[in-house]
Each structure stands twice: as structure tokens, then as C-alpha cells.
Design a protein around this ligand. Structure first.
Ligand SMILES: [Zn+2]
Length: 114
């Protein structure tokens, strides 16, 4: 139930923005998720549909899910490469002294509210 936890978190954040700005309804929310953030988009959408109907602020809110490419940085040759394609091992120099630079985030990019 990893996705549902994130859905609830996102809804709570969006509700907070509404309250702070005296808005009453969110019609669209754009969420950026990293490629390796372990979110399953189809399952996430199902959780979303179910959860927004239970929120006064979020009823019928459209979810725009943007998947960000995961990028790994190599500390030995200072190059970056696609994490999903090559994993932990640098395709340029073979080093495993690498770390995930982007691709693990969950970020509310924008909301449309009134
Ligand atoms: Zn390298």
C-alpha cells in the first residue's frame, strides 16, 4: 500500500495549499515522480481516483503524472547516465562509485484550484 500512502500525503499537501490561499476546490494536480521512486503509475491512479472522492477539496481532481528520468552520477569519471538502463555500474568507466542524482523524488509541480 505504498502508493496509497503517497496519495494521501499529496492530497493533504494540496488541501493545505487550498486552506492557506482560501481556495475551495482543486481541479487538476501535476505530480512529478522519479522513474525509480517505486511508484506504479497505474496503481497510483487507481488509488488517486478512490482517495480524491473522499476529500471535499479534491473531488474529481484530475491527476497529471509526470515521470522524471532517473540519472546516476559517477564519482570516478564525473559522467551521468540513465539509471534504469545501466544500474549501479558506470557504462563509461565501469566504476561502481556511483549515486542516484535524480529519479527518486515525489514532487507536487503545480495545482489548479479555485
Ligand atoms: Zn564512470
Amino acid at each position: 500500500m505504498h502508493e496509497l500512502g503517497i496519495v494521501f500525503y499529496v492530497i493533504k499537501e494540496a488541501e493545505k495549499v487550498c486552506k492557506e490561499n482560501h481556495l475551495t476546490h482543486v481541479s487538476k494536480l501535476t505530480l512529478e515522480v522519479g522513474e525509480v521512486s517505486s511508484i506504479v503509475p497505474s496503481y497510483f491512479r487507481d488509488c488517486w481516483k478512490w482517495a480524491v472522492e473522499r476529500s471535499e477539496y479534491m473531488k474529481g481532481c484530475v491527476l497529471d503524472l509526470v515521470v522524471l528520468k532517473a540519472i546516476t552520477y559517477c564519482q570516478d569519471c564525473k559522467k551521468t547516465y540513465s539509471t534504469v538502463e545501466h544500474g549501479k555500474k558506470c557504462p563509461y568507466c565501469g566504476s561502481e562509485r556511483t549515486y542516484l542524482a535524480t529519479g527518486n523524488e515525489t514532487l507536487i509541480k503545480s495545482i489548479e484550484a479555485s
